[in-house]
Design a protein. Structure first.
Length: 219
């Protein structure tokens, strides 16, 4: 039996999920306007294990959303995941945040092109565009948007918190905006199980999230 704990902290969503043999067992999460990972993450982890009568010693592996996303959120998730993996001597699996988000949305849009966009300040986003088969037709990049961005990929469905800054900019285009679909650790379940079976683990000591661009602070 393969039991995996999944951690998602790349956005303002704080989410943990538990899976057994590639099947989602449970999820505990909150979607907040504030970054509350430091307050909630370890509580969510303990709660989901207690609720399902699973101990840390029964975990086969842990998966984590590897970015891009919030610098602080990713670091909190990575530090927590590393601590558990070191203490229990279990492997760590890294799942691209954008891929996990696409997985969350695919059941709602099985036949659509999906544009997953995460806010990256101002008019910049982190984005990947997937065709209906789930293949990336625009690879992950940090892009500054204008009124003609991604026009060659229309029609498509736009998901993620980066979409809100494009609604007015892309008026009249063949695009569906769905802000109701939230990022969740549940989106890691299938790709994490596949990586576990293929033994695609990251080095716990040297793993760093994919920030995609340098962190900076304002005055």
């Amino acid at each position: 039996m393969t039991t995996i704990l999944h951690i998602e902290t790349a956005t303002k969503t704080c989410s943990v999920a538990l899976s057994i043999d590639s099947k989602l067992v449970d999820t505990i999460e909150t979607h907040s306007e504030q970054y509350i990972h430091g307050e909630k993450l370890t509580l969510f982890i303990q709660n989901i294990l207690d609720k399902n009568s699973i101990s840390f010693d029964q975990l086969s592996a842990l998966s984590i959303s590897s970015g891009p996303g919030s610098y602080t959120g990713l670091r909190i998730g990575a530090a927590t995941a590393k601590g558990i993996c070191f203490a229990k001597n279990i492997p760590l699996i890294a799942i691209d945040t954008i891929d996990a988000f696409e997985s969350c949305a695919r059941s709602s849009y099985p036949n659509n092109t999906l544009c997953v966009m995460l806010d990256a300040r101002r008019m910049e986003v982190y984005s990947t565009i997937f065709n209906a088969q789930g293949t990336a037709i625009k690879s992950l990049s940090a892009d500054v948007l204008d009124e003609n961005s991604y026009r060659e990929f229309e029609p498509f469905v736009c998901i993620g918190d980066g979409g809100s800054k494009c609604k007015d900019l892309w008026v009249g285009r063949n695009i569906i905006f769905n802000e109701a679909i939230q990022l969740s650790a549940a989106g890691q379940v299938e790709p994490a199980f596949e990586k576990f079976m293929n033994k695609e683990f990251v080095d716990i000591a040297y793993f760093e999230p994919n920030y995609l661009k340098e962190f900076y602070t304002g005055k």
